[in-house]
Design a protein around this ligand. Structure first.
Ligand code: NAG
Ligand code: NAG
Ligand code: NAG
Ligand code: NAG
Ligand code: NAG
Length: 277
């Protein structure tokens, strides 16, 4: 009799023990584990730059809007797309909001981008596109006469002169630009005040670094043809891809949950074997 009474006891203990372990483990594991990840997902105020801009007050009297200037000019669709996908449009807008800052922009036309080797623009990764656009920016206001007195090589926002040389020479009012890869001339003044100057160029200013870097990938000319063959006209739909890529890279960080699931499962197995032993 006593043996029959005793034998259900271990079973009862297991049920009393394990449910509590089971009830606690899922409740505690998530609390202990995710904190390092939760902060990444939580503060949307800092992470996505694009979203911080959206609620910003849209005053007509605000900083100069370079996108609006280029849109009005009409033949800078590809450049506008690049400014948006790199979020440099936002950066310029903020920069020009500070009256002490100024900027000179060389704006390649849609034809200029169309004259790149087929697929070249698509073959550049996000960082290269960012650098390519930055290479067209000089962090000061340069009027046409001011180009006569610049000292070469000129510093662009793409950084080091050794990797991104840009020379400007003038004959009268003609302004020549050379990157070591591309020679071109300013063909029009799109906009100019005392803070921002936007000059049209009919070739994309390709930086030397895209062609001389020892790494295997930077300037893959004929590798990915087809895609952007008819880019300039049909490019309206492309920004979504760029935006999606930017968002996707941000979203990658949040896909670590399988690890948590595994550690919980492992914990359950450990708890179960402890209870059974
Ligand atoms: C700048 O102008 C473009 C085109 O008009 C507009 O879509 C964009 O919202 C403007 N940006 C800001 C910050 O006002
Ligand atoms: C412009 O700068 C002022 C302060 O200098 C700031 O209050 C304002 O929010 C800024 N506007 C934009 C659109 O960045
Ligand atoms: C500017 O470029 C033109 C051809 O594009 C060339 O004939 C002229 O010599 C160049 N001038 C300077 C100062 O480099
Ligand atoms: C730019 O000018 C500097 C100094 O005159 C010269 O050494 C260099 O070779 C030039 N680079 C290009 C790309 O024209
Ligand atoms: C650019 O012009 C310079 C002289 O001003 C010349 O030496 C060089 O070959 C030209 N480069 C290209 C790519 O046309």
């Amino acid at each position: 009799m006593s043996k029959q009474l005793l034998s259900p006891l271990p079973l009862l203990l297991i049920f009393l023990c394990c449910p509590t372990v089971f009830a606690q483990s899922p409740a505690q594991a998530p609390v202990a584990q995710p904190p390092p990840q939760a902060p990444i997902a939580q503060p949307p105020g800092q992470a996505p730059l694009a979203q911080t801009l959206v609620p910003a007050p849209v005053k007509p009297s605000g900083p100069t809007n370079i996108t609006a200037i280029l849109e009005k000019a009409g033949h800078f669709v590809t450049l506008i797309r690049l400014l948006k996908s790199t979020q440099l449009d936002t950066e310029i807008y903020k920069k020009l909001n500070n009256s002490k800052q100024s900027l000179t922009v060389f704006a390649p036309t849609d034809n200029a981008f169309g004259n790149l080797k087929t697929g070249a623009l698509n073959s550049y990764n996000d960082q290269q596109k960012f650098q390519l656009v930055k290479f067209h920016f000089i962090s000061s206001f340069l009027s046409v006469p001011a180009f006569q007195t610049v000292s070469n090589p000129v510093s662009t926002e793409a950084g080091s002169n050794a990797l991104y040389p840009l020379n400007i020479t003038t004959v009268g009012s003609q302004v020549n630009i050379s990157t070591g890869i591309v020679n071109t001339t300013i063909s029009a003044t799109i906009y100019s005040d005392n803070q921002l100057a936007v000059y049209q160029v009919d070739q994309v200013l390709l930086p030397l670094s895209f062609f001389v870097t020892p790494s295997p990938s930077p300037a893959p000319a004929p590798s990915k043809p087809e895609k952007e063959a008819a880019a300039p006209s049909g490019s309206e739909s492309v920004p979504t891809t760029d935006d999606a890529a930017v968002k996707a890279s941000g979203a990658m960080r949040m896909i670590h949950h399988p690890l948590n699931a595994m550690s919980i499962t492992g914990f359950l197995f450990a708890a179960l074997s402890m209870c059974l032993s």
